[in-house]
Ligand binder design. Sequence first.
Ligand code: NI
Length: 206
Amino acid sequence: MILRVACRVSIGLWLMLAPACAADAPARSPAEIMDILMWNREPVGGPFELTDHNGRPRTERDFRGQLMLVYFGFTWCPDICPTDLQAIGQAVDKLGRDGERVQPLFVTVDPERDTAQHLAEYVPLFHPRLIGLTGSLEAVRKAADAYKVYFAKVPAGKEAGDYTVDHTAFIYLMDRDGNYLGFFPPGTTADRMVEVIRPRLAEPSR
Ligand code: NI
């Protein structure tokens, strides 16, 4: 199955209990999001206003002229996120010098815990050029909606602060103008990413 929701803990229960509030609750289910992506039903990507792991304000315009590999996840994710981020880092390395024209971005879906300072400790574990992005919950939700990313906070213990984040984990490839080219499913190998990205880098820029 292509859709894999990482870090899953009793999502059904959460959806029943979740109040319908704007930034806290996802507007659409993972299945709806999957449909949109599979059948190209809606545009993917678009403007975002976030803060990078060095505390600098960033928008998608900062990365014009480069391909973007955009991944949404969170640093406490035990499994899928680190695996995919590792593959992204390896793909950028395997591209050699050409990899400098690819910008990997990691957008947190857990801005509450993933502060810029925390991201600054996390992103270099995967690649020196990986940029971590965070912001207010509203700003993150806006970016996630643009990229058709599902995420929802899920209680994971007795304490109020014990939670995980259920999220879709696609890796988005965007062209030099910020337009959507396609997605890699979770678990895509670095070699497969290189196969897809290399011909794109060879295309003349418009
Ligand atoms: Ni994850």
